[in-house]
Design a protein. Structure first.
Length: 261
């Protein structure tokens, strides 16, 4: 279990770092693209040894998902059964579902069962339209967006407060490694928080305007940044933060405390 979870962090590191690198290139007109996780996986699929790398990423993401389910169901982190603890454990479960879906995409691309044209924002708009067509669907989209905004704000706070240090075996690092780990962790969490807050705001906007086409994912959030005043610089800053988050996940793959019971 532990080695699978660690492989999962490494897999996340590859995906986030690639998303950031592609976005930096896009920001300065050097190729690349403002894409999300699926787009990054598709980029890997088209590269050397793409199928092998995607297979390892899929395995890692499955392992990471299983660990999240263990955290949720067996309360491996001792969050308890009060309201706050149950909310956190539900978050672990949702995180597991999301990464299990990404593992399925990676596996599909690896075996050629999926094409390299995911549709990105159009797919998200289709899912949002389907949900909004259901009873109370518009409210669910809006509430879901608000929750994602809250997650984004919490990620920013987590980076600012350096709360993430508690889950690291810092005693196994040198002084220089500790300093860089903290810097990378803070930068990565800030960038991730900004992007999450933007994604959530798009879903809230879709609910308010009753227009599923307003809903966007990670790629759409990065594209929106690029379209703002000083957009290339804003995108580059956030993209470098995502690269930092990728490197931070590599560090987590070695130094994260993994509780399984």
């Amino acid at each position: 279990m532990e080695w699978l979870a660690r492989l999962g962090f490494a897999a996340k590191g590859v995906v986030y770092a690639l998303i950031g690198v592609l976005a930096v290139q896009y920001a300065f007109g050097q190729g690349g693209e403002a894409t999300g996780t699926t787009g990054a996986l598709e980029t890997i699929a088209g590269g050397p040894f793409g199928q092998i790398i995607l297979g390892l990423i899929a395995l890692g993401l499955v392992g990471y998902s299983i660990w999240q389910f263990v955290r949720a169901g067996m309360d491996a982190d001792n969050k308890g059964s009060d309201a706050v603890g149950l909310i956190k454990r539900m978050g672990y479960f949702c995180n597991g579902i999301i990464h299990l879906g990404l593992a399925g995409i990676a596996a599909g691309l690896a075996i050629g069962a999926m094409s390299g044209s995911s549709g990105g924002n159009s797919t998200i708009a289709e899912w949002t339209a389907s949900l909004m067509s259901q009873p109370f669907g518009r409210w669910l989209v809006g509430i879901g967006g608000a929750i994602v905004i809250g997650v984004g704000v919490y990620r920013i706070y987590k980076g600012y407060s350096m709360e993430f240090q508690k889950k690291l075996n810092l005693s196994q690092m040198s002084d220089a490694e500790r300093k860089w780990t903290i810097r990378l962790g803070r930068a990565g969490l800030a960038a991730q928080g900004i992007v999450f807050a933007m994604i959530g705001s798009f879903f809230v906007q879709a609910a308010v305007q009753y227009d599923p086409n307003e809903a966007r994912g990670l790629g759409g959030a990065l594209q929106s940044l690029a379209q703002q005043p000083y957009g290339p610089w804003l995108l580059a800053i956030v993209a470098l933060g995502l690269v930092a988050h990728g490197v931070y996940n590599f560090i987590l793959s070695q130094y994260r405390r993994i509780e399984t019971t």
